[in-house]
Write a protein that binds this ligand. Structure first.
Ligand SMILES: Cc1cc2nc3c(=O)[nH]c(=O)nc-3n(C[C@H](O)[C@H](O)[C@H](O)COP(=O)(O)O)c2cc1C
Length: 164
């Protein structure tokens, strides 16, 4: 079984979440960071694809949306998982936010979706982001809060689907 994680990140949280996710997946799983690498050209060799992004003002990275559109027909034929890093804590709001951020047909097709936590790395935030974080959190220190349970559950659901 061979899987693929494709993600984009602005400041590194999704890269960290992908790393945590990898610990629950087969060692053969490939990882592509669209913020840095070219999109993979051949998706036919994968048995499942996991797509990750981070939420900024309700939206995810354009590179991820582009990737979904470019590979739409293939992605809609194979087991697909969608995950985001986002600061939202309320499970119902997390679900609504994720479902709004990804195009509907991919949400409908997805085997699993997950909000896997969030992080701020102060040195990477720009001026405006620092201001927003200070307003929301009341301070400006590095922060990491990944949801290990959501990550494990997300991986298990994807692998369970694969084994059937
Ligand atoms: C300016 C700004 C806007 C954000 N907007 C949202 C949002 O709309 N919803 C949410 O749940 N989290 C929001 N967040 C939290 C980020 O999604 C979270 O910090 C995430 O881990 C960042 O991922 P990255 O390191 O991959 O860029 C926001 C963070 C910043 C700094």
């Amino acid at each position: 079984m061979k899987g693929l994680i494709v993600y984009a990140t602005k400041h590194g949280s999704v890269a960290k979440a992908a790393e945590l996710l990898l610990a629950h997946l087969p060692k053969t799983t490939d990882v592509v960071d669209l913020s840095r690498d070219a999109a993979p050209s051949d998706l036919t060799k994968y048995d499942f694809v996991l797509i990750g992004a981070s939420v900024y003002a309700g939206k995810i990275q354009k590179s991820v949306i582009r990737f979904l559109k470019n590979y739409e027909s293939l992605l809609l034929q194979q087991p697909l998982g969608l995950f985001v890093c986002a600061g939202e804590k309320n499970p119902e709001k997390q679900r609504q936010q994720l479902e709004k951020a990804f195009p509907e047909k991919f949400v409908q097709h997805a085997t699993a979706t997950a909000t896997v936590g969030s992080a701020f790395y102060v040195e990477k935030l720009n001026f405006l982001e620092k201001l927003i974080v200070r307003i929301i959190k009341g301070n400006l220190t590095n922060y990491e809060n990944f949801d290990e349970q959501a990550i494990a559950q997300f991986a298990q659901t994807m692998l369970g689907k694969e084994r059937k």
